[in-house]
Design a protein around this ligand. Structure first.
Ligand code: KIV
Ligand code: NA
Length: 274
């Protein structure tokens, strides 16, 4: 399994870092089998798995359940778990407790948190000093989309750009091992990756030290809105739809189950295993 130091080495060697989200054991296994460097149990699960409009409804219990499943499915891959909405804003003690739960009970190797307030910087320091690796997240931070005024490109213009660079430096100085930047201009991403020693992992941020995509967007399983920056590499939604439609037709036409899928009486058949 790759460790945080390996991601630093990869940046230094200009080897691209790959990260994909997963939310359950079978998808985690797929991501691991594809030799992706890190798995993110993202709170995007609120949208792509649970059908919410944003990530604000996601709770620590939700994250814990999904992180456990991912950890069972991918035992050889570095797993980052998102700290969900308002679980790292009350106090540092509270943040430490919640992060510890995701790591100790959930099986994550690191946690990710959004933004850069004073409390967050102190929390990054406390968590890393205690042994929990932390990934930062700047730019479009979906948990605060209401405050940001929706899902919009961030870091445009001199003022926002300077602020984001300062925040990124502070996150690095606090001990984070990597930084996700979401929906910012590529020129800003380039500047960030030159300034920071830690890897900058982009989503909707152009070329960076690595990239992250949401599993359901990547395989074409997302129903509804797919962001402009997400490249869809398959159409798994249609594959699943066709399978279920064929099953429906087979049952309606009494083609399923045929004898291959049917048990005979004990006298005629020796094996009773299913
Ligand atoms: O929750 C998530 O999937 C994320 C990525 C988009 C970075 O935070
Ligand atoms: Na997230």
């Amino acid at each position: 399994m790759k460790q945080t130091v390996d991601f630093l080495k990869m940046k230094r060697n200009q080897e691209m870092i790959t990260m994909v989200t997963a939310y359950d054991a079978p998808t985690a296994k797929i991501v691991e089998d594809a030799a992706i460097d890190l798995i993110l149990v993202g709170d995007s699960l609120g949208m792509v798995v649970h059908g919410h409009q944003g990530t604000q409804p996601v709770t620590l219990d939700d994250m814990l359940l999904h992180t456990k499943a991912v950890a069972r499915g991918a035992k050889q891959t570095f797993i980052v778990g998102d700290l969900p909405f308002m679980t790292y804003h009350r106090s540092i003690e509270d943040t430490v407790t919640n992060a510890t739960t995701l790591v100790q009970t959930g099986g994550a190797h690191a946690v990710k948190l959004e933004g850069c307030t004073g409390l967050i910087l102190d929390s990054i320091e406390r968590l890393t000093s205690g042994g929990i690796a932390v990934m930062g997240h700047l730019g479009l931070t979906p948990q605060s989309s209401t405050v940001l005024g929706g899902f919009k490109v961030q870091g445009r213009g001199e003022q926002e750009r300077t602020k984001l660079i300062e925040d990124a430096k502070r996150i690095e100085a606090s001990g984070a091992f990597a930084l996700v930047v979401e929906c910012i201009p590529e020129s800003l991403t380039k500047e960030l990756k030159d300034i920071l020693a830690i890897p900058v992992i982009g989503i909707g941020a152009g070329k960076a030290d690595g990239q992250v995509l949401v599993f359901h967007d990547l395989v074409g399983l997302t129903t509804g809105y797919i962001p402009k920056f997400a490249k869809t590499y398959a159409n798994v939604h249609d594959v699943m739809l066709q399978a279920v439609e064929q099953y429906r037709d087979d049952v309606k036409r009494e083609l399923f189950p045929d004898e291959r899928y049917t048990f005979k009486d004990v006298k005629k058949e020796r094996s009773t295993s299913v």
